[in-house]
Design a protein around this ligand. Sequence first.
Ligand code: SF4
Length: 275
Amino acid sequence: MYHLGVTLPKVEPHYIEFKDWDLKAGVVYGPFRTRRHGNSLGINLLPSMRKHCTFNCVYCQCGWTREAVPWRPEDFVDYPSPARVRDEIECRFGELLVEGNVPDAIIVSGNGEPTLYPRLEKAIDVILEVRDRFFPNARTGVLTAGTQLGRQEVRCAVDRLDERMVKIDAGSDKLRKKVNLPLIDFDLDQLERWVKLLRDCIVQSCFVRGRIDNTAEKDVGDWVACVARIRPKCVHVYSLDRTPPAQELLKVDRVSLERIASRLHAETGIEAKVY
Ligand code: SF4
């Protein structure tokens, strides 16, 4: 495990309030109808109603990351055990089966960075085994910032899922630091090397305007070059859905997102879908 002890960044005064209304209380949440995954069921391996992440993205719907990145054994005491993960998943999957509410996708995400879960391989074993019993046609995936992909056990675990969705919002470290406010030492060169060790991946990229803007021509050019080096099987391009924690942040209109997606495709041949 990397040394993850950090000093939390100061939240600038104009970024005032964070929203905790979207934090999850348990291991399973949803399903929700989503544009990307259809009827999507979420799995939260992180503590209940608290956010743990290696990033502090300006648009994060979990609100600001208020706690240091966990790294000492005592930081993980309130993570759900694999036994509890199994119990909660079996119980909720059973209810959904009875209701006839069949998920199209089961996505490991939740209250922050799911790959921080200390027994990720075990948890993914459980998720796959229960998925096979209850909803064998549901696709499985994980949303990650990629900061833990330098660890072989994390790559092995996420490679067992159907999809690995890795966040890349900027193609330069300077801009990435502004958009994602990383809480650990981590650069794009590392991410590119680690992602190439995965079976495959989907890149997810959120574009914003306003006080932080990653849509300028040069910035999109850097992003295109970064995505081209990674060669994901496709890219999901999107903007804000709801009010972000950073005030003065604006949604990017669909036409601009389509232009970014088209530029990626024209310059690299990589398929990008706008959501
Ligand atoms: S990586 Fe995801 S959970 Fe973490 S701060 Fe960014 S958007 Fe939020």
